[in-house]
Design a protein around this ligand. Structure first.
Ligand code: ADP
Length: 302
């Protein structure tokens, strides 16, 4: 069942069209990704979902409610972590969480959240003495302190080091396992690939694709490539006769086989029949990055 429905959303700032006819829906319990380069309109889109911006056109429905008209009810159901959350400099970590918890009818336990986000040693540290990564983790904790049924997380792991980023991903998976629906704004492919059940790829204010990460990749780039060094000479024709194979090329001693479907199984069976052993076997498949280039004509991080 969709918990969020966005239909033909439009939003401009003066002459800048930030969101140009965006539609998607988010299913209960999913991690839904909004992926795209800087300036694509991701934040504006989720701000409209969160009721923080008024759309110029289109419809947004969250639990069947209107984010602007039903703002008070939705505040209890939707937790929002936005970029650069600003808190008073002198407010301490535990104080901030206790303050935010007091806004909700059924909040999470601030002390437990502090531990889960690895902020235990910083519980009495004022906001302006936190590192960028610690501020980031505090803003995630603030989004979760109301025990929301939907959490909207914008650029969740920007500014975190690789270990902190992986820890945050594990935390998000645990939150999802508790049944929270998550909307994740990101420009990190790896994050989208690892976490998201479905993704809206947004470029220049428009949705250019809507699918699972694997679905996006196979839709735009179904081909796979296998590279290996055979232990004995192998006639290319044996390979090109396989229905799965579309091309065979050589690169020095290396054979490069391109194809679709169950390519690895077909090639491995053929090699076994010819009693050929292989060295340096590698299977290459397109990534979400490749899919993005195919869809938009440019790289995500350009
Ligand atoms: P993203 O989150 O994908 O980086 P944004 O939604 O922040 O994209 O921005 C989309 C476009 O709208 C950009 O061109 C940005 O410069 C512009 N924009 C965003 N917020 C404002 C604002 N408050 N005033 C004017 N222009 C804005």
């Amino acid at each position: 069942m969709p918990v969020i429905e966005v239909t033909n959303l439009h939003k401009r700032y003066g002459d800048t069209v930030a969101v140009d006819d965006v539609s998607f829906h988010v299913e209960t319990g999913d991690i839904f990704g909004v992926l795209g380069p800087n300036g694509a309109g991701k934040t504006t889109t989720v701000e409209c979902v969160a009721g923080l911006r008024v759309p110029d056109g289109g419809e947004v429905s969250v639990f069947g409610l209107d984010p602007r008209r039903d703002a008070a009810r939705l505040r209890q159901l939707v937790g929002v972590q936005l970029q650069e959350s600003q808190l008073p400099d002198r407010l301490r970590v535990a104080e901030a969480l206790e303050l935010y918890a007091s806004f909700y009818r059924d909040p999470a336990d601030p002390a437990q959240l502090i531990d889960e986000l690895g902020l235990g040693p910083k519980r009495n540290t004022p906001y302006d003495k936190l590192s960028g990564g610690q501020k980031q983790r505090l803003s995630i904790a603030l989004a979760l302190v109301g025990n929301p049924r939907i959490a909207i997380l914008d650029e969740l792991t920007t500014g975190l080091d690789p270990q902190a980023r992986r820890d945050t991903w594990s935390l998000i998976e645990r939150v999802r396992d508790r049944g929270v629906t998550i909307v994740l704004v990101t420009h990190f492919m790896e994050e989208a690939e690892r976490l998201c059940d479905r993704l809206a790829v947004i470029d220049k204010g428009r949705v250019v694709a809507l699918d699972s990460p694997a679905g996006l990749v196979s839709a735009v780039a179904p081909e796979q490539r296998i590279r290996f060094r055979p232990s004995a000479p192998l006639d290319d024709r044996h390979l090109t006769d396989l229905p799965e194979v579309t091309a065979v090329t050589r690169s020095g001693p290396q054979v490069v086989v391109t194809g679709t479907g169950d390519l690895l199984y077909a090639v491995a069976s053929l090699l076994a029949r010819h009693r050929i052993v292989v060295a340096d076997l590698r299977l290459e498949q397109a990534t979400l990055d490749d899919a993005f280039v195919e869809l938009t004509g440019h790289r995500l991080t350009d």
